[in-house]
Design a protein around this ligand. Structure first.
Ligand code: ADP
Length: 366
């Protein structure tokens, strides 16, 4: 299993509501119509191979086996997330627009003093939408998305992970604009990674930092060039920001707190989740649901709604097999209340206070 992974999360089946032939451009600047045309011409897949071999020729000093693996994985990663799929988090979206989307879409404007940052950290409790934000930033900025799980670098790829990291950065540069999303960054750039006898994890951490600073140097060195620099952003996420090494922390110029959802965000999230399934909740009941779910994360809310949605069917047992869809009763507030007994907030108060303290001390404001 490769650490450069494809999203397997099906909870947000976002693409379904988009016209399958849309005008959204992909990372190569092609819209779906062009892609269909392109695919028609190349049923044997030669075009894609050509693209990949061009990329592989461009990159230097890298084990091609790893580079190929990364290319294959990133091209498989087609589940797009859009801003509109994410409930709330307006401030985080705005910051990402300014940090990634505008600079990537208009590299000519964002140079010199306006050079975009090369690292941004999203931190906060688990299940609050950090991964979704990263994916949406890639979609909205038409960039290639590379997603990497730190724990698999330090476990499965142990020993070879340095080569993988080197290849990852080179491929990302060749396919720029790119976003390298590193989940669980604390385990890659942790205070303890690299301490003591653990030579491999120290080398891995160093390799990552070297590759990353080469990016910023390359960008800064090309201010006077006519060609805008290749844009690559390291976007990292963590539930344990305090575990990140101090020097590494400073390299994330923007550190964005992704908190538990506010009442308005919970409302928007529930409305989105319920929009395609018959339910009997009126405005007052929706408000009650929002009040009852204080402390729930975005993923807790999704799990709760999924569980509540099963009750009308669950209680029918085998009878459901003979019923038409419209004969199933709508989901009610009582269903949510029943499900709340099992699905509890995954972050407690103490945990939350720790995040807030860290955000005050180290987070970017505004
Ligand atoms: P994180 O990376 O912060 O742990 P994810 O982005 O992976 O969280 O979110 C996990 C799941 O929770 C998502 O797939 C989605 O179903 C749901 N979710 C979390 N936050 C939101 C949100 N703001 N809007 C819509 N869905 C959300």
């Amino acid at each position: 299993v490769s650490p450069i992974r494809k999203s397997t999360d099906n909870t947000n089946s976002n693409n379904s509501k988009y016209n399958p032939i849309s005008n959204d451009l992909d990372e190569n600047g092609l819209n779906d119509k062009q892609k269909v045309a392109e695919n028609d011409e190349n049923l044997d897949g030669t075009k894609e191979e050509d693209e990949d071999s061009k990329i592989l020729k461009k990159i230097k000093g890298v084990d091609l086996k790893f580079a190929k693996n990364i290319l294959v994985e990133s091209s498989r990663d087609q589940d797009k997330v859009y801003w509109s799929d994410i409930a709330g988090l307006e401030q985080a979206k705005e910051t990402l627009m300014e940090t990634v989307v505008y600079p990537f879409l208009r590299p000519d404007l964002f140079r010199g003093l306006r050079e975009p940052v090369s690292g941004m950290l999203l931190f906060g409790p688990p299940g609050t939408g950090k991964t979704m934000l990263a994916r949406a930033a890639a979609t909205e900025s038409n960039s290639t998305f590379f997603s990497i799980q730190s724990s698999s670098l330090t476990s499965k790829w142990y020993g070879e992970s340095e080569k993988l990291v080197r290849a990852l950065f080179q491929v990302a540069k060749a396919k720029a604009p790119s976003i390298i999303f590193v989940d669980e960054i604390d385990s890659l750039l942790g205070k303890r990674s690299g301490d003591g006898d653990d030579d491999t994890s120290r080398r891995l951490k160093n390799e990552f930092l070297v590759q990353w600073s080469d990016l910023s140097k390359a960008a800064a060195g090309r201010v006077d060039d006519d060609e805008p620099p290749a844009r690559v952003l390291v976007l990292a996420a963590t539930n344990l920001p305090w575990a990140i090494d101090e020097a590494a922390r400073r390299r994330f110029v923007r550190r964005q707190y992704i908190p538990l959802p506010e009442p308005e965000t919970r409302m928007a999230h529930f409305k989105k989740l319920l929009s395609h399934t018959p339910n009997s909740l009126d405005d007052d009941e929706m408000q009650k649901l929002v009040d009852l779910t204080e402390g729930y994360s975005g993923s807790d809310i999704t799990s709760l709604a999924k569980d509540a949605a099963i009750w009308p069917i669950r209680e029918l047992g085998a009878k459901m097999l003979n019923l038409k869809e419209f004969e199933i009763r709508p989901i009610s507030l009582a269903d949510f209340e029943r499900s709340m007994k099992n699905i509890r907030p995954s972050v407690n108060k103490e945990g939350l206070e720790k995040f807030e303290k860290w955000a005050k001390e180290f987070g970017s404001s505004g």
